[in-house]
Structure formats: C-alpha cells, structure tokens
Design a protein around this ligand. Structure first.
Ligand code: CAA
Length: 258
C-alpha cells in the first residue's frame, strides 16, 4: 500500500516503517497516525514479516503531536473524536515485535509513540521529553502512564512538570531505552536486533510480547500464572521440540512457527 506520510520497506522478514513528514519533524497528525495504524496492521498480517522497526529521520523520530492541527480544536471536538484514541489503540494491537529506532527528537507524542513499541534503541543524539506543559496541556497518548512505568515517579514528574529533555545516556540509565549506539550505526543495530528476533520461533516471540506486556496490566500472581500457562502451551509445538533437540545436537534450530 502507498502512504503519504510513511516509507515502508520489507527486507529479510523485517518491515521498516519510517515516519516521513520531514518539514514538520515528523509531527504526528491524524493522517500519519492513521497510516501508521494501517501499515502496522499490514505488517502484522504479512507472513513475510517477522519483526518491525519504527523509525524517523536523523533529526527527529517525531517532535510530538502536530500542534498546528490541534491548536484550533475545542474540547467538544477533541472529546467527540476521542482524539488519537482509536489510532493509538490500533497501533498497540500489533502482535509482532516492534523496535523503535530513535534518533534526534522524540518529544511529546513522539516519546509516547516510541514507548508504545516493544523496546527502544536510541542513537547517541536522541532527546526524549514530554514538553506538553509548555503548551498549556499535558501528554495525551500515554506519557504520564507509560513514562512513569519506565522511569519511576520522580523522573517522570520531573520530565512532565519541567518539560526538560532527557539525553540518550540518561534515558538508558533510567530504563527508558534498552541500548544507545552511535547515531551512524542506529539502523544497522536495529536491523541486527530485528534479524535476531526474526530467526526465533514466531510463536515464542509473540508470546514473550504478550507476557511482558501483561506485567503492566495485572498483579504479580496473575502475571506469573499467565506466563506459566504460555510456557506450558509451547510444549505442544514443533518449535519447542526443534529448539530443544537443536540444543542437544549442538546445531542451530530451524523454527517453522508450528
Ligand atoms: N507540531 C507541528 N509542527 C512542528 C512540531 C509539532 N509538534 N514540531 C516541529 N514542528 C515544525 C515547526 O513548526 C517547523 O515548521 P516551519 O518551518 O513550518 O515553522 C519545523 O517543524 C521545524 O521545527 P523548528 O524550526 O522548531 O526546529 P528546531 O530545530 O528549531 O526545534 C524542536 C526543534 C525543539 C523539536 C521544536 O520544533 C519544538 O519544540 N517542537 C515542538 C515540541 C513539542 O512541544 N512537542 C509536544 C507536542 S504536543 C503533544 O505531543 C501532545 C500529546 O502528547 C499527544
């Protein structure tokens, strides 16, 4: 499918989705988020895709929700359209793993979009922030909830209340990003990680995603039970037999998603 605000490439079982509104530092408007939801649904339903990378430009992953689009809206319009509610719910329904490869600004909705992905690899020039307070509002697509779970109350309050930006190194120390790499190597590193994931059993990879995400939703005992049942269920698959046989035969497993 052709998109106006995205560039999508599929290679070696990895779909790379690049946000592409360079004149607006990839600000998230209704069209972009709608197209992103469609592109992710396409990738999810495409048998050739086993992992997804979401990225932006060297200067900006995304500089937030599109302020120009929002500025004239009223409460009634925002409420009745449930502004960005359906698009973000659709993005979060993606079952295949999504890596956010973040260079430059990931601010407001940009930071929130990165946090909707399964993990974040940051270039050393990445800057994260929730500066909505400078606009007289607050985060609207998950920032107060997700950032707090990533980095804890104190740092989350600091980010949301002062609107300051966090450099990549601080973001890694705080647990917001999984690794920081030199900006030039960002896509190479993201590709290598995606490739590694693509080689696993897709059954196990998708269950990992479900189980880790469950940790945010349910009490520990429920999460542990959920994980244990998923673990048990994989013993009814050919991939479990193949994975364990390959280990014992000292060879690489050939997973077939069965
Ligand atoms: N919305 C719309 N346009 C944006 C934008 C945004 N969030 N961020 C940048 N742009 C546009 C600028 O208006 C500018 O366009 P023009 O050339 O037509 O004026 C272009 O992108 C380049 O931006 P700058 O000239 O400002 O670039 P800079 O390098 O000087 O500054 C920046 C970069 C620090 C990221 C600055 O652009 C900035 O502060 N952007 C806004 C960041 C922000 O407040 N984000 C939160 C948005 S609200 C939100 O996200 C709500 C939510 O949770 C859902």
């Amino acid at each position: 499918m052709a998109y106006e605000t995205l560039i999508v490439e599929i290679e070696d079982h990895v779909a790379t989705i690049k946000l592409n509104r360079p004149d607006a530092l990839n600000a998230l408007n209704t069209q972009l988020l709608g197209e992103l939801a469609d592109a992710l649904a396409d990738a999810d339903g495409n048998d050739k895709v086993r992992c997804i990378i979401l990225t932006g430009s060297a200067k900006a992953f995304a500089a937030g929700a599109d302020i120009k689009e929002m500025s004239e809206k009223t409460f009634v319009e925002m409420f009745l359209s449930d502004f960005f509610g359906s698009e973000t719910a659709a993005i979060c329904r993606t079952r295949k793993p999504i890596i956010a490869a973040v260079a430059g600004y990931a601010l407001g909705g940009g930071c929130e979009l990165a946090m909707m992905c399964d993990f974040i690899i940051a270039a050393d020039n990445a800057k994260f922030g929730q500066p909505e307070i400078n606009l007289g509002v607050l985060a609207g697509i998950g920032g107060t909830q997700r950032l707090t779970r990533f980095v804890g109350k104190s740092k989350s309050m600091d980010m949301h209340l002062t609107g300051r930006f966090m450099e990549a190194e601080e973001a890694e120390r705080a647990g917001l990003v999984s690794r920081v790499v030199p900006a030039k190597q960002l896509m190479e590193e993201a590709q290598a990680a995606a490739q590694k994931i693509a080689e696993k059993s897709q059954l196990a990879a998708m269950m990992v995603k479900e189980a880790v995400n469950r940790a945010y939703e349910v009490p520990l005992n429920e999460g542990l039970l959920f994980e244990r049942r998923l673990f048990h269920s994989l013993f009814n698959t050919e991939d479990q037999a193949e994975g364990m046989a390959a280990f014992m035969e000292k060879r690489t497993a050939q997973f077939r998603d069965r």
